[in-house]
Design a protein around this ligand. Structure first.
Ligand SMILES: O=C[C@H](O)[C@H](O)COP(=O)(O)O
Ligand SMILES: C=C(OP(=O)(O)O)C(=O)O
Ligand SMILES: [Mn+2]
Length: 447
């Protein structure tokens, strides 16, 4: 193991690490780690710096962060269509927020690395049979068999490969012309006739067209619109993987987790004296931390002390996920105390994870109206305090799944079984995602 890395990137090893897989074969794990350590980086340190810089603008109230993608990416969904559909949905949401919200949008996917899941329970029981719970494709298989559910470290290499192929295609789409803003109609082509949000989007795209023609006429170089900046992110959960992909930046000597541009620490692993916060404190990537309803202002201030001691705008993003019924009650004190401390963090709303419930059919689901209400509460709190509602963090897919109920093209509880495809949490489909973007753009403008 690289001695320099050992000094910084492995200090978490002496601390308790929650939600780690129970690998049955430690020797096989060690071999995999050694192999991963020899692989090339998936992202460059300079790109992580660029994202931190962009997030600095969000922290100062000059831009808005759109972070979204699957709850759990799956190895068998690394196909061109699925990746393109997700990207297209995020680009459409970005166009809506930029144009209707009149704000620059920093676009970050939950993509190319979102393969590991923390779970509420270590086991799952079906018809009297108990097996380890599914922890994401990086750890075990979704199928309910003893073979699939046994953690297999070889999967960490598949995670690397799946992340690499996904990121490669994303880079091709975002720089090769597909994401050209002049394609604003093309992204909607397969969608417009059937859906109210598609039609609303089409009207907005016509306005964007007119604005671009105007800029053309004014002599703005159309090449300016050709590429889009797009970043990858995932939860830094399985620390053996993340630290195997942590490298010393030759320019500065700093450590970067080169598995993605931004990584976040989840609600279940943000213990102040735990391994995940220790790991995150050693790397220079922009860091997110999920804050659930039990977070105290002291927790938030200690997280800042640990993760952002230099108080650098863009380094730390607090992703609040309180639940629609708690956000108005819990968020104000947190924001007040953090602001009073002088720290300039990015505040964004994850309106998904505090609003999950089980439908009578047994499907885990979320109501579109609850999601919307949590975002509304988030905006209200920031408006009341004069602070910046910095963005949203959503679980979504570009496919027409039926996993969350409600939305303009309404999904009912009885529809859930039709296309319930998620490996973990229910995602907004494309139409619900666009609905949300339009409503958030209105909230932003009213701010
Ligand atoms: O995606 C987040 C978590 O993994 C998920 O919400 C936990 O779900 P569970 O309660 O089904 O384990
Ligand atoms: C596990 C997740 O969220 P949280 O940590 O907020 O529960 C997630 O983002 O999928
Ligand atoms: Mn989730």
């Amino acid at each position: 193991m690289n001695a320099e890395l050992h000094a910084g990137g492995n200090t978490w090893r002496s601390l308790p690490a929650a939600q780690q897989p129970d690998w049955p074969d430690q020797e096989a794990l060690r071999d995999v780690i050694a192999e991963l350590e020899s692989y090339p980086p998936l992202v460059f340190a300079g790109e992580c710096d660029q994202l931190r810089h962009r997030l600095g603008a969000v922290a100062r109230g000059e831009a808005f962060l759109l972070q979204g993608g699957d709850c759990a990416e799956a190895f068998d969904a690394v196909g061109a269509d699925q990746i393109r559909n997700k990207l297209k949905t995020l680009l459409q949401m970005g166009a809506v927020l930029t144009y209707a919200g009149s704000v620059p949008v920093v676009k970050v996917g939950r993509i190319a690395g979102q393969y590991s899941k923390p779970r509420s329970k270590p086991t799952e029981t079906r018809d009297g049979v108990t097996l380890p719970t599914y922890r994401g494709d990086s750890v075990n298989g979704f199928a309910f068999t003893p073979e699939a559910r046994t953690p297999d470290p070889q999967r960490l290499k598949r995670m690397y490969n799946a992340s690499a192929s996904t990121l490669n295609l994303v880079r091709a789409f975002t720089t090769g012309g597909y994401a050209d803003l002049r394609q604003v109609h093309a992204w909607n082509q397969d969608f417009v006739k059937s859906s109210p949000s598609g039609q609303r989007y089409e009207a907005l795209a016509r306005e964007i067209d007119r604005a671009m023609n105007f800029m053309n006429a004014c002599g703005v170089d159309p090449e300016e619109f050709k590429t889009v900046e797009f970043f990858s992110s995932h939860e830094a959960l399985v620390l053996d993987y993340e630290s195997a992909l942590t490298r010393v930046d030759s320019r500065t000597g700093d450590l970067y987790d080169v598995s993605g541009h931004m990584v976040w620490i989840g609600e279940r692993t943000r213990q102040l004296d735990g391994a995940h916060i220790e790991f995150a404190s050693k790397i220079r990537n922009p860091i997110g931390v999920k804050l659930g309803p039990t977070t105290t202002p002291e927790d938030a201030l200690t997280l800042i002390e640990r993760l952002d001691p230099e108080r650098e705008p863009g380094r730390l993003t607090f992703i609040t996920r309180m639940g629609a019924d708690k956000i108005r009650d819990k968020l104000p004190t947190l924001v007040e105390k953090v602001t009073a401390s002088g720290a300039q963090v990015v505040w964004i709303s994850d309106p998904m994870h505090g609003n999950t419930f089980e439908a009578a059919s047994g499907h885990k689901t979320r109501r579109f109206d609850d999601v919307l209400d949590e975002v509304k509460g988030f905006f209200e709190v920031h408006k009341g305090l004069g602070t910046h509602p910095g963005g949203i963090h959503v679980e979504l897919t570009g496919d027409d799944v039926t996993e969350c109920v409600g939305g303009g093209d309404e999904i009912f509880v009885d529809d859930l079984h039709q296309r319930y495809e998620t490996a973990c949490d229910p995602r907004l489909n494309r139409s619900q995602s666009l609905d949300l973007a339009f409503l958030v753009a209105e909230m932003y403008r009213d701010q």
